[in-house]
Design a protein around this ligand. Structure first.
Ligand code: F6P
Length: 523
């Protein structure tokens, strides 16, 4: 059974939310904070994760009505359909089963009458055994030397996920150096090539379709470069592929035994949990890769089983809808207070915007309400010295997610104390601001009485700017898996509420087609 088609704006809950918004839209976080128990009432804890969403323009009634909306569009049914392998990606005729890739449970998931779990386990065993051989140095290049460098060749979901995770897990990295080549811009591959020795480099070509112009062009360039020093008989020792398109992989000259499987029921931007994550396993070892999957699975179980008002991805999705559809906020910022997570905003841009940037609903009708939010961000504290001025004092409402860790990895406590003071300080400033009276007093005490009337308006922070504190104990492969899965489920929840299909991406096609036509004209 397909997903239900319910226009959210025609539901009773939406009507109630509209009335509620009209009555409460001027509410301030400062007023709401008069409730001394607010933090406790608007925080959710799940294992090593604490999400404090008390600094939002919501009351208990807002949350109840948003939950009512989720129930009225039958989110529960949609979640079950995803996990059980129904064809919820209707426009492409596919199931969506990235959750099955990380599942440790015995529960079978059937595709065309066949349980897919055994093939997932087999792929994981192949990833483990290959990673172990390369990392231990047993896998030799064509001159008998061990591998020192990995090059992941892919783009979009075949690049952003592995690249972001390898960067985020730098602390857990082994001796191998991992490079990522994605852009069709030849300067990208040229810069990477400069750093490589063909004798000790392993190329991992990742492309679900194995037809993507960028990936195939980069792979051909690297193969030709490799063949300047080696012969075609050496290719099996240096080139492996991750793809569904076995014929194209074979035509490229890759040995059958060097092909890692991909499946149509895994979307590109949700694929780092499949063999697309091979460079992750090579970079941090299979056990850490498995821990990443385990963390994601923990979030899957939470998402699938928890009541909506205690369900972290659901609550974050509902808050985002509240701002996007009622306050008409257009963007959201993701602000990790960890330098390791500097690539997370880029990764989330594809995950969120390729999924929910849709203007047609599940009936095929044009939508007259806002869908996909624009997501952007950067790491704290660097961004405090860049774009935060606009978030604090600009004219736009920008809900923010602050991602932080209680413990630092290298244990430089002085640094970490300062980092976290900034993490909390920013959220407090956004929520509570600085009033006219406070600024007045401040200027007076600073002996600037003569300048008060001139400076006063510029120094006021109106506050009332919402934020969520997403706080983990520590950055580990497991907690990272949980964080990524949290955003994946937030995406799906929003897609269901907006009555759109989150798992297709036809919007990327036209530009590609036109580029091909232009190229053919030129040649
Ligand atoms: O540009 C869109 C897209 O199809 C993404 O969804 C996908 O992640 C990327 O291209 C790469 O596709 P492939 O893995 O088939 O090379």
């Amino acid at each position: 059974m397909a997903l239900k088609n319910i226009n959210p704006t025609k539901t009773q809950a939406w009507q109630k939310l509209t009335n509620h918004f009209n009555d409460h839209k001027d509410i301030t976080i400062k007023e709401l904070y008069k409730d001394v128990n607010r933090k406790a009432h608007f925080s959710l804890e799940f294992e090593d994760l604490l999400v404090d969403f008390s600094k939002n323009r919501i009351t208990k009634e807002t949350l109840d009505l948003l939950v009512e909306l989720a129930k009225e569009v039958d989110l529960k049914d949609a979640i079950e359909k995803q996990f059980s392998g129904e064809v919820i990606n209707v426009t492409e005729g596919r199931a969506v089963l990235h959750t099955a890739l990380r599942s440790n449970s015995e529960e079978p998931v059937f595709m065309d009458g066949k349980n897919i779990k055994p093939q997932i386990q087999a792929a994981l065993r192949k990833i483990r055994s290959f990673s172990n051989k390369v990392i231990s140095g047993k896998w030799k290049g064509y001159t008998g030397k061990s591998i020192t460098d990995i090059v992941n060749i892919g783009i979009g979901g075949s690049d952003l996920g592995p690249d972001m995770v390898v960067e985020s897990l730098q602390y857990y990295k082994n001796q191998l150096t991992t490079h990522f080549v994605s852009n069709i811009d030849g300067d990208h591959v040229s810069e990477v090539m400069k750093k490589l020795n063909p004798e000790t480099t392993l190329f991992v070509i990742v492309s679900k379709t194995f037809t993507t112009q960028e990936t195939i062009t980069n792979a051909e360039t690297l193969k030709n470069w490799f063949l300047k020093s080696a012969t075609i008989f050496d290719i099996p020792k240096h080139f492996v592929a991750v793809s569904t398109n076995l014929e194209a992989v074979d035509n490229f000259g890759i040995d059958k035994s060097n092909v890692f499987p991909m499946w149509n029921w895994v979307g590109g931007r949700f694929s780092l949990w499949s063999a697309v994550g091979l460079s992750i396993s090579l970079s941090v070892g299979f056990d850490n890769y498995r821990a990443l999957l385990d963390g994601a699975e923990e979030m899957d179980i939470h998402f699938r089983s928890e009541d909506f008002d205690k369900n972290i991805p659901v609550v974050l999705a509902l808050l985002s809808i509240w701002y996007n559809n009622f306050y008409k906020a257009e963007t959201e910022a993701v602000l990790p207070y960890s330098q390791y997570l500097k690539k997370l905003p880029d990764y989330l841009q594809q995950a969120i915007m390729e999924s929910n940037g849709k203007g047609v609903d599940r009936n095929g009708d044009q939508i007259d309400y806002q869908t996909g939010t624009i997501v952007w961000g950067s790491t704290g504290t660097n961004m405090q010295h860049a774009f935060m001025q606009l978030v604090h004092q600009g004219t736009k409402l920008i809900p923010t997610d602050f991602i932080g860790y209680k413990e630092s990895l290298y244990g430089l406590t002085d640094h970490h104390k300062k980092l976290m003071a900034n993490y909390y300080g920013q959220m407090e400033a956004l929520a509570f601001g600085k009033s006219k009276e406070e600024v007045h007093l401040e200027l007076k005490f600073a002996g600037n009485e003569d300048k008060i009337s001139q400076l006063l308006p510029f120094k006021i922070f109106e506050g009332n700017r919402p934020s969520n504190a997403i706080l983990f104990d520590k950055l580990t492969p497991r907690s990272l898996g949980k964080l990524i899965a949290l955003y994946e489920h937030k995406i799906y929840t929003q897609g269901i509420l907006w009555n759109i299909y989150s798992y297709d991406q036809f919007g990327v096609e036209l530009g590609k087609e036109l580029a091909k036509k232009l190229l053919n004209k030129q040649s």
